[in-house]
Design a protein around this ligand. Structure first.
Ligand SMILES: Cc1cc2nc3c(=O)[nH]c(=O)nc-3n(C[C@H](O)[C@H](O)[C@H](O)COP(=O)(O)OP(=O)(O)OC[C@H]3O[C@@H](n4cnc5c(N)ncnc54)[C@H](O)[C@@H]3O)c2cc1C
Length: 353
């Protein structure tokens, strides 16, 4: 009999949530995480209704609600005009909480459910499938280690090293562009997001908890906005809004791209989260989608383990279909904020109105 029912590779938000769900249902779970410290990169901020339902199921919905900022609505602007106003219905809330805080809440929950479930400093290097188990090879701070599990869930992120070894393809899909981003203090942060779909490219402004604001700017062709002055100047030139930036502010750049695994199961191994699909951050869906998949996967695993091999075909079908839909939506949002000549800007303004 394998040592564990489920071994999860990666303690990102998706792996952590899955671990909580499975432990709550009494399965024997271990999470291998290569890092020894917390990942403090501020990536995801938006939590949508399905994501919130998943966090409720994992037992941290109340904590997330109490720390998060509740977005009241949004506004789409172009050339200094408001094109559309949106108010979020009370039953479809959008919460804003930086990813490091969400992950910290998930880690505490996991720790409370099972103090020894996570092995930190444990990099999984190889998977070998046998008839009744997966044999896992890992490098740990104390040397090499071998583990066995009935099912292995690979949630090791977009640059997954293990996906290739499973002979699973990784296909590029529409939607690719470079952006710069900065989170800063803002005393008048409010509770509304503003999207400026400007001829020179998108500018997004999102309120964050604790009197902070995120600015995201789409880079023009060949444009590098990592210098504070260039970042501020681009926002002002495109929107007319002058922002104050502290001298030590450092905008970061990222390339939004979209990929999808050609399949998400291979025998007893399952791909989950960004390892299965990269969704452009424009539209903010990657983490939420990973959680929704985790809830669906947990229910299949709990139904069968430890006695039987889970039936995963239905899970796989849903996971691939929802990733494809999310990528189409994100590609559309990205096209609405692409730099464009005036005739295109005018037609997209008509589309948004
Ligand atoms: C700028 C930006 C903004 C975003 N905004 C949003 C948003 O608003 N809403 C949203 O839903 N999504 C958003 N996303 C996407 C979101 O950040 C990701 O979808 C999310 O982090 C995916 O979580 P994950 O657990 O699948 O992977 P990751 O967070 O990448 O975690 C993978 C983990 O696996 C570990 N690992 C890797 N290899 C190994 C190994 N071999 N052995 C052991 N451990 C390993 C890593 O150390 C890491 O801890 C955004 C992304 C970016 C870049």
């Amino acid at each position: 009999m394998p040592e564990h029912d489920v071994l999860i590779v990666g303690a990102g938000p998706v792996g952590l949530l899955l671990a909580c769900l499975l432990l709550q249902d009494g399965l024997r779970v271990v999470v291998c995480e290569r890092r020894t410290d917390a990942d403090d990169r501020t990536r995801a901020i938006g939590i949508h209704r399905p994501g919130l339902d998943a966090l409720d199921a994992a037992g941290i919905g109340v904590d997330v609600r109490s720390e998060a900022l509740r977005l009241r609505g949004g506004e789409v602007r172009s050339r200094r005009r408001t094109l559309a106003m949106l108010t979020f219905a009370p039953d479809r809330p959008v919460l804003i909480l930086p990813q490091p805080r969400t992950s910290a809440l998930l880690r505490s929950r996991l720790q409370a459910l099972s103090p020894d479930a996570t092995i930190s400093g444990c990099t999984v290097t190889a998977l070998r499938q046998a008839a009744d188990a997966v044999h896992v090879t890992a490098e740990t701070t104390e040397g090499p280690r071998e583990l066995t599990a009935s099912i292995v869930v690979v949630a090791d992120g977009v640059r997954s090293r293990l996906r290739g070894g499973l002979d699973i393809g990784w296909r590029r899909h529409a939607g690719r562009a470079a952006y710069s981003m900065l989170d800063i203090d803002d005393r008048e942060v409010g509770e509304r997001a503003v999207l400026h779909c400007e001829p020179a490219g998108l500018v997004e402004s999102f309120p964050l908890p604790d009197g902070r604001r995120r600015w995201v700017v789409r880079n023009g062709r060949g444009e590098d906005l990592r210098r504070t002055d260039d970042f501020r100047a681009a926002i002002e030139a495109r929107t007319g809004i002058g922002i104050e930036l502290p001298p030590d502010a450092e905008p970061t750049s990222f390339v939004a791209a979209q990929h999808r695994a050609t399949r998400v199961t291979r025998g007893r191994v399952v791909l989950l989260g960004d390892a299965a699909h990269e969704i452009s951050p424009i539209g903010g869906q990657g983490m939420n989608l990973g959680w929704v998949d985790a809830v669906r996967l947990a229910s299949e695993l709990v139904r069968s383990l430890p006695q039987r091999m889970p039936e995963l075909a239905r899970f796989e079908w849903h996971a691939l279909r929802s990733a494809s839909r999310a990528q189409r939506r994100s590609a559309f949002y990205m096209s609405m904020g692409a730099p464009a000549p005036m005739p295109v800007v005018r037609s997209r303004e008509l589309l948004i109105c």
